[in-house]
Design a protein around this ligand. Sequence first.
Ligand code: FAD
Length: 483
Amino acid sequence: MDQRDVVIIGAGGVGCAVARELSRYQLRITVLEKECDVAGGISGRNSAVVHAGFNNAPGSLMAKLCVEGNRGFEGLCRQLDVPYRKTGKLLVAFDEQDMEALGAILRQGEENGCEGLRLVDREELKRLAPGIEGIGGMYSPQTAVFDPFAYCIALAENALANGVDFRFGSKVVGIERGGGFLVTTAGGDRFACRLLINCAGLSSGRISQMAGGPPYRIYPCRGEYFILDRIADQLLPMPVYPAPRKGIGGLGVHLTPTSAGNILIGPSAEYISQSDDLSCTRPVMEGLFDQAKAILPALSRKHIIGSYAGIRPKLAPPEEGGYRDFVIREEEDCPGLINLIGIESPGLTASMPIARMVREIAGEALPLQEKEDFIAERTAPIRFRDLTEDAQAALIREDPEYGEIICRCQKVTKREIRNAIENPFGARSISAIKYRAWATTGRCNGGYCLTRIVDMLVKEYGMKPEEISYRSPGSELFAGEVK
Ligand SMILES: Cc1cc2nc3c(=O)[nH]c(=O)nc-3n(C[C@H](O)[C@H](O)[C@H](O)COP(=O)(O)OP(=O)(O)OC[C@H]3O[C@@H](n4cnc5c(N)ncnc54)[C@H](O)[C@@H]3O)c2cc1C
């Protein structure tokens, strides 16, 4: 049995941010994650927008932490070498009623502390985003887009460099109380800890109950998306959302350019019964495309290259709809259990302020002694395609593997795939390689590069084909040889 000061359950954006923040102090910290890599939950399935904070109720934790998160996000991404682009954002009005709604949103945003919000007329709308339809809108200059996979990976790598112990493939199945907590994983590992931090996203209600805390009910609410080709440069300079209408608690179907230049359409908002049902369904997807085309008429179905769904961990039941505030607290009846419940949007934007709030709570239970050798910076591996031709040529001279393209759609080289395979966590799934090197994410969906990556894993890293999974055990690519 391992004795730890802190166990964090969940390596999504929130768990990784908490781990990184607490790694500033002399604490023995373990992160337990059931998947085989970071960002296997909600943090890898969202709109990837750094929200400004005008959508959330004034006085709520959501509003406060989002505005604070937005202000610090660019600096954090610079420190951790994560793709980030301050694009600004438009909310579009289609009629006068929408314009009135936007006036109210603007006042709410100003009350929350958002900077630079302004209403725009049709002319300015067209100047900011030429292809967009509408009679006017609201412009938010502080909104940005980022890469949520790179964000989680960077936080976790930085926490690892500062001594945090990450255990992947470690599903928490039992928690006993008594002078702290004794946490058991499905593999039979046991960890004793003084503080237990529940960052389990959609499973956070169950984990709270397991630890002897309140039985929070989480209502899963699915959002489906289309992924479009890398056409944002030509069609969509910034995220464009419709003016908000009362609904079950999403921001409406929007169009978002990603940090890699693709366009996302979505998400829908639909309460579902199974928190692991990530299906993309035909009627919803049809509706998505039509709504997106009303905002950006130049869209064509030929641009679609993929789809995915993410699930909101809502505290608001379907009959209530809308948003309930984040719950972030040490449970009075269960000292030592810090619960983070209902962390839906804008949870990634707010993740670092959430982590600082957890640190404040933790500091009341544990002595927090700062490390003198805390490493604040982390460097991402080289992205060949972002370099100038001269820099590319120099790299190829230094290492010929930079001269061999493995993913043609995204121009990813063999050396970059190797760097991804040799990641500090030893994550060896296709998705682990995909989110680090960005291979398989192009128009051919891995048609060209997947076999080459498999070849490397088998011939150069000694894996059997049957051992290679897409994400986690259960998603193996090969059943066996046929000849
Ligand atoms: C459709 C959609 C769009 C969104 N858009 C945005 C946006 O644009 N901007 C923004 O800021 N936010 C957005 N969000 C919200 C944001 O994605 C979430 O708030 C955030 O990712 C939550 O992170 P998390 O770490 O709490 O949860 P998760 O990322 O789900 O992490 C929880 C982790 O716990 C693990 N876990 C669960 N049970 C166990 C167990 N028993 N043992 C061990 N591990 C366990 C899971 O595998 C998972 O990895 C969006 C969310 C959705 C659904």
